[in-house]
Design a protein around this ligand. Structure first.
Ligand code: MIG
Length: 717
């Protein structure tokens, strides 16, 4: 009697339940089973699996009918469900049903589904303990989180071969770390990719692009990169430049580089089907495009007209694409923006390719519906490789609209065509937090919103909304203002100098937080941790945090409670237990309650958790310390772009026992000092470094001391 399922222990925390035989090696999972000792007790009876981790039993049930596999699992009445990638839903996804099918979702709203990215990974929090589930299939999948039946989740996969990974925490943090053990660590972004960026559909010709950069410069606004949308191309043919609009790409890029600005160009997957176009010709020669099952080329209309689509499932096609990318970026292009890679096609329903096309994976034919969600992942992998080929020593930067589990190894994700309205200002927080919990730390949304109100047909952005948008977005990992074709301008100066000043101040806050954000990006790469986090990630034991998604944490220490409604002057926010330092006022606030927080325009609330260590830059490195229970933070730095460089590290630890604050500084290849900027409440009685009294400066309840690696700083209160 052959069983439907087979079970393997991948690590002491990960069990894999395999249904059927995989058709090809996983695209998401890079770790092969190492068994290991200890860990869960697993028993199988027929089509059920019982896993016991740490005294807690978890049961899952499996069935296959025809070409569809179904996985069911228990859902308790008080369980929460997190993750599921990019979904326009609240943070807690319990009782929702979603579809995994990468879709061009222009004009989506709260509740619209599916969207651009599919990550079939979710975390159930039950009685304080987290268990992750990763359903490794890029096929169409419906994931019901207790909508149909309150007591169970039910996942229907359009493939009878699928792997289900059960990942034990018990913290959400552990689950995500283990998920990254399985699927690989997030890519390390170059430092500039964390700076303020500007885009538009589209800046052209070249003089317009230069004028925008010139505006940034002359107004003293920080800018790290500028984006070229589809109008830079010749007739939307990828890997070409319009000769009229951009006669001298390498000259243009060189000028931008002189000004310290990086350049990112958009690339779509569709290749114009034209016999006079060399990319099409070489693709046909190599037989690189997807075919219909009858052997004809698969075509669909996209921007250039009738297009064909590279079959990224094939390694020879990825190799060809990598060489196209490598050749294209020789003009100096710094990053690639992958759009329309669901893939989108205008001839299909929902502008998204479906139906009769085939892929060839390791020599085996795979119909599109079984691979659809991985198209962008494979494209990103080939693009990453192309960027590496062109510049082996530099970190690639890719921004992708679509993706599947594993996309975090190659690309940042932005949430596609959001809308310029208050609904979307609010919605982006649960969307970005959930992507973060789904293993994708480099995330952002178009600042100011992209689309018009599709019902009324006009753009709704105004000065207040743009300012409020920046007040949230300066704390997101990926920060880019972008808007649609035909929209009114929405650069920071678009509403006059008063608002420009406010936005400038916000962008300066972002700049000053760069050492913190860059360190978090490094930590995401080394350890797999998210950069922005829902409160539940940091305060799992505090039930009050479990469904909060109008507040978020940047790293472990900074709590943001941005204004999300029109016309408000204050808002309520839950502050988790413990003490908080309102950085704007230099005032301490008690947590464990809902507080009213004032939100004047341009002055976003920033609350530091007790024990907080936040490196900032203000001419020099200033490490903000809010003394509390023992805590630590590692500051990373390097040249910001080398691939091989080992980062310099500065380890900061602090502990406060009520009368003495002790701060330890250690370094790894770190020379030079930092200013420790410590909240002491009053002037300390004594400040010692390695036992000797030292100079310090006290003002406004803060004390400043200079210290470097090897310093043991003591402040007697
Ligand atoms: O169908 O390239 O989401 O950011 O500006 C529109 C033009 C195609 C969709 C992207 C958007 C981009 C736009 N693209």
């Amino acid at each position: 009697m052959s069983s439907l399922i087979s079970v393997s222990l991948i690590s002491p925390r990960i069990v894999r339940v395999r249904i059927g035989e995989p058709r090809y090696p996983s695209l998401a999972v890079i770790k092969s089973s190492n068994g290991g000792s200890g860990g869960p007790i697993v028993s199988i009876d027929e089509n059920a699996v019982h896993v016991r981790f740490n005294e807690k039993e978890f049961n899952a049930y499996y069935s296959v009918s025809g070409d569809e596999a179904i996985i069911r699992g228990e859902l308790g009445p008080f369980d929460r469900v997190y993750g599921l990638g990019e979904k326009a839903l609240p943070l807690n996804r319990k009782r929702y049903r979603v579809t995994m099918w990468n879709t061009d979702a222009y004009g989506y709203r709260m509740g619209s589904d599916p969207l651009y990215v599919s990550i079939p990974f979710f975390i159930i929090l039950r009685n304080g303990e987290a268990i992750g589930h990763f359903i490794d299939s890029p096929a169409r999948m419906v994931m019901d989180m207790g909508q149909e039946n309150l007591n169970e989740f039910k996942i229907s996969i359009q493939d009878s071969a699928v792997d289900h990974y059960i990942i034990y925490g018990p913290s959400i943090k552990d689950v995500i770390n283990e998920y990254h053990e399985l699927t690989g660590k997030p890519f390390l972004p170059p430092k500039w990719a964390l700076g303020n960026q500007q885009s538009r559909y589209s800046y052209y010709p070249d003089s317009t692009l230069l004028a925008v950069v010139e505006q940034y410069k002359s107004r003293g606004l920080p800018l790290s990169a500028i984006y070229l949308d589809i109008h830079y191309m010749d007739g939307y043919k990828i890997f070409t430049w319009s000769k009229e609009r951009f006669p001298d790409p390498s000259g243009l890029v060189a000028r931008l580089h002189e000004a310290g600005i990086k350049v990112v160009t958009i690339i779509d997957p569709g290749v114009k089907a034209s016999p006079t176009y060399d990319v099409f010709r070489s693709g046909v020669m190599g037989n690189y495009f997807c075919l219909r099952s009858n052997g004809d080329l698969y075509t669909s209309h996209v921007w250039p007209g009738l297009c064909v689509f590279p079959d990224f499932a094939r390694s020879d096609v990825r190799d060809w694409w990598s060489s196209l990318i490598a050749e294209f970026v020789k003009d100096g292009i710094d990053g690639i923006w992958l759009d329309m890679n669901e893939p989108a096609g205008f001839d299909s329903e929902n502008h998204t390719i479906d139906g009769d096309l085939m892929h060839v994976m390791n020599g085996v034919e795979v119909p599109h519906y079984r691979l659809h969600n991985a198209y962008a992942l494979l494209e990103a992998e080939a693009t990453y490789e192309g960027l590496l080929r062109a510049r082996p020593d530099k970190r690639p930067f890719i921004l992708s609209r679509a993706g599947y589990a594993g996309i975090h190894r190659y690309a940042a994700i932005w949430t596609g065509d959001n809308t310029s309205n208050w609904e979307h200002l609010r919605l982006q927080i649960p969307m970005l937090l959930s992507l973060s919990l789904s293993g994708v730390p480099m995330v952002g949304a178009d600042v100011g919103g992209f689309a018009k109100n599709t019902k009324q047909g006009h753009f709704e952005l105004d000065a207040e909304l743009l300012v409020r948008w920046y007040e949230s977005a300066i704390f997101f990992p990926f920060l880019r203002n972008h808007t649609s074709i035909d929209s009114p301008d929405q650069e920071p100066w678009a509403w006059g100098s008063a608002y420009e000043e406010v936005i400038k101040k916000l962008l300066m806050i972002r700049e000053s937080l760069m050492p913190y954000i860059y360190s978090l990006a490094w930590a995401s790469h080394e350890l797999g941790e998210p950069i922005i986090r829902p409160l539940v990630y940091e305060f799992q034991d505090d039930d009050n945090t479990h469904s909060i998604d109008d507040e978020f944490m940047l790293g472990p220490f900074l709590l943001l409670t941005p204004a999300l409604d029109k016309g408000i002057k204050e808002r309520y926010a839950y502050l988790p237990r413990g003490r908080w330092l309102d950085l704007r006022r230099g005032r301490e606030v008690d947590g464990g309650k809902i507080a009213s927080i004032d939100v004047p325009m341009g002055d976003p609330p920033m609350l530091i958790r007790s024990g907080g260590i936040v490196p900032t830059l203000n001419g020099e490195l200033r490490v903000l310390i809010y003394p509390g229970q023992s805590s630590a933070f590692t500051i990373y730095d390097d040249d910001g772009e080398s691939l091989q460089a080992r980062p310099r590290k500065l380890f900061v630890r602090q502990v406060f026992d009520g009368s003495k604050i002790t701060i330890n500084i250690d370094g790894e290849e770190w020379s030079g000092q930092a200013i420790l900027w410590i909240y002491t409440g009053k002037e300390p009685r004594q400040v010692l470094i390695n036992g000797s009294p030292t100079e310090h400066l006290s003002k406004d309840k803060f004390t400043e001391v200079r210290a470097g690696p090897g310093s043991n700083v003591e402040l007697i209160i």
